[in-house]
Design a protein around this ligand. Structure first.
Ligand SMILES: Nc1ncnc2c1ncn2[C@@H]1O[C@H](COP(=O)(O)OP(=O)(O)O)[C@@H](O)[C@H]1O
Ligand SMILES: [Mg+2]
Length: 363
């Protein structure tokens, strides 16, 4: 007799500005989990948010449409190049997550969270799933919330001995806020405290660019992080595992853009991701050790990916991602492939770790 298949609810779509990438990821996860062992349904948590006043009215209208149609929502904007088909195919297969939450549909054995940014990567969905008693991939509430708040994460990382950029956190672009931001010095890097995919981020080279950059960041979040601009080579290190996490090979990011912005991240051909990074072995080992330390400092589970800039003798941590990009071509899956772990197997391991943690909690 064959064992029952594991029911995986892939949480995909959602309300963040990374909705499209999430949908592409959901489609690829659904396709890559072996059908003889996994039964996959794409669940869209946007459906839970139709009455959430924190969302824009356009997003709430999308949520309503999702509930009415039982699936399809039109993006109403241009999709990242190369991923259009996958986003389309996922959009056509969405099931409102509200059906599972309300008990109208059978709950999955495990949720694969393929959401990024706020309302997905930041602990809130994790808290909901904890409340429902449904196991899920990746980090729990605290690590997720901490990592998403770049300002708070930096405090914890600094106290664990990691080097992070000097910064100021501001809520406005005038008066005392502007003065504190200017004190960071130029060039500076401005980004929202909690966001992702470089949305609302900019390099500031001239004094008159500072206030507009802060205003742009504040369109994404109510706090902006103004950091010293760290010039150097961009590296990123993924860590996977539960009780014995391991660092995957270091990836070097070379972009044609002035920094690793949204287009550089998602439009084909705009950036090169070189694995293993062309850096001395000693630097690679040091970067991997720092990524493991960052993962542990924030109490991550299952996976994380820490972004660095290597500048002269400094290895500066920019941020820790608790749900890094998970399309087959994304950085973490690429690093895993370089370490001999194909995409499908990586997904299975992440699901296995989620079930392992849940089994341990069961009384
Ligand atoms: N302090 C900084 N100095 C130089 N470049 C930065 C700095 N902070 C961010 N960047 C650039 O912006 C990109 C996005 O920043 P990051 O902190 O990784 O946020 P996210 O990836 O969540 O949008 C980085 O990959 C890097 O290219
Ligand atoms: Mg990043």
């Amino acid at each position: 007799m064959t064992a029952r298949r594991i029911r995986v609810g892939v949480f995909t779509g959602g309300a963040s500005n990374e909705r499209d990438i999430s949908l592409a990821t959901g489609a690829q996860i659904a396709r890559s989990l072996p059908a003889d062992r996994y039964e996959v349904v794409l669940l869209d948590p946007l459906a839970l948010m139709a009455r959430n006043p924190a969302l824009s009215s356009a997003r709430r209208a999308e949520a309503e449409a999702l509930l009415r149609s039982g699936g399809r929502v039109d993006p109403g904007h241009q999709l990242p190049r190369g991923l259009e088909r996958e986003i389309e195919s996922a959009s056509g297969a969405l099931v409102p997550a509200s059906r599972v939450i309300t008990g109208a549909a059978e709950p999955p054995d495990v949720v694969f969270i393929a959401l990024h940014g706020v309302w997905g990567e930041d602990g809130r969905i994790q808290g909901l799933l904890d409340t429902l008693g449904i196991p899920y991939t990746g980090s729990g509430v605290l690590a997720s919330a901490l990592a998403m708040d770049k300002a708070m994460a930096k405090r914890v990382l600094a106290s664990a001995g990691l080097d992070v950029p000097r910064d100021a956190v501001v809520r406005g672009a005038a008066g005392d806020d502007l003065a504190r931001a200017a004190a960071v010095g130029l060039p500076a890097f401005v980004k929202p405290v909690a966001s992702g995919s470089s949305v609302g981020a900019a390099i500031v080279r001239r004094p008159e660019e500072l206030a507009p950059a802060i205003e742009a960041a504040l369109r994404e979040d109510d706090r902006a992080l103004v950091e010293e601009y760290v010039q150097g080579r961009e590296l990123t290190v993924a860590v996977i595992g539960n009780d014995q996490p391991r660092a995957l090979p270091v990836i070097e990011i070379v972009t044609k853009h002035p920094f690793f912005d949204y287009g550089a991240k998602y439009d084909a051909g705009e950036s090169e991701e070189i694995v293993p990074a062309r850096i001395p072995d000693e630097v690679a080992r040091r970067t991997q050790a720092l990524a493991l330390r960052a993962h542990a400092a924030l109490d991550c589970r299952g996976m994380s990916r820490t972004d660095f800039v290597w500048s002269a003798d400094r290895l500066v941590v920019l941020e820790v991602n608790t749900i890094p990009g998970m399309t087959a071509n994304s950085l973490l899956p690429k690093a895993a492939a370089a370490a001999g772990i194909p995409f499908g197997e990586l997904l299975e391991r992440l699901i296995g770790w989620a079930l392992e943690d849940a089994a341990r909690r069961r009384r």
